[in-house]
Design a protein around this ligand. Sequence first.
Ligand code: FE2
Length: 305
Amino acid sequence: MNTGLTTTKAPFIEEARGTGQLFITQPYALYCEENHEAWRQLYRRMIPLWQRYANPHFLKGLQCLCLPPDRVPKLEEVNRFLEPLTGFRAKAVSGYVPAFLFFDCLRNREFPTTITVRSLENLDYLPEPDIFHDVAGHVPMHTDPAFAETLVRLGDCAHTAVEMVAGMGNAKEQLRRLTNILKAFARFFWFTIEFGLMSTPEGLKVYGSGLLSSYGEIVHSIESPEVQRYPLQIEWVINQAFEIDHYQPLLFVVESFDHLYQLVDTLERWMREGRLNNVAPGEPTMRESDLQSFLHVAGNGGQRA
Ligand SMILES: [Fe+2]
């Protein structure tokens, strides 16, 4: 059976991972008919929900990118539309990108992009990203200049974190502080880029990509009385644990992407002032590979090696 480039079932991806190739080219010919059908169904059912719940920057981005509704998009084509707008490019990856590398890509206006597609049996929920989440959920936002600058600033913050960590002597304390700083980053990223809401003259709209790529949760995030929605406060967000395996019960609202950009500035200032060194314990747990990705660069005096 040809499993094409289906999530967790793609020999091409296994091979790339096996040989340590993180950045790859999208082998477009390998997509099977089921992959295109999954994209088709996902895209078709999201259109009316995007019209109703997505923020206008996303809708405009969707138009600018001319994503094909009936087949998996080619990243090359996506980038042809995207790059002239903000300099951002979708960059194919074979799997998880360790945190420092991920943020460093953002700083270089590259977005690590998953190229596999969820299976038809799993259209509703997938714990890992797939191309629908990354290209339909994230990339349209990258056409917006203020949002693009915010991602670049998040990339800058990763470099500031390296600076902060490299300046500490004691290895044990270095690791403890870095764990706290990265937890704060992960929470900020989660409650903004992945699950953010924005207040607009037309009411609350979604800009977080986790919501924009979820058929069930996009509606739930705006309509459900079960969800608590608050104006974003950094002190809350960086201390707020989250879980990934169910709909989010708590969401935060920003005013605009300029507002979000300012929040990233504040986050960086707080990091420099040591205010991210002791955040509340709890999820997410930091992966060893994420911590090592920062410590490795810190150990090289801030240079990637
Ligand atoms: Fe995402």
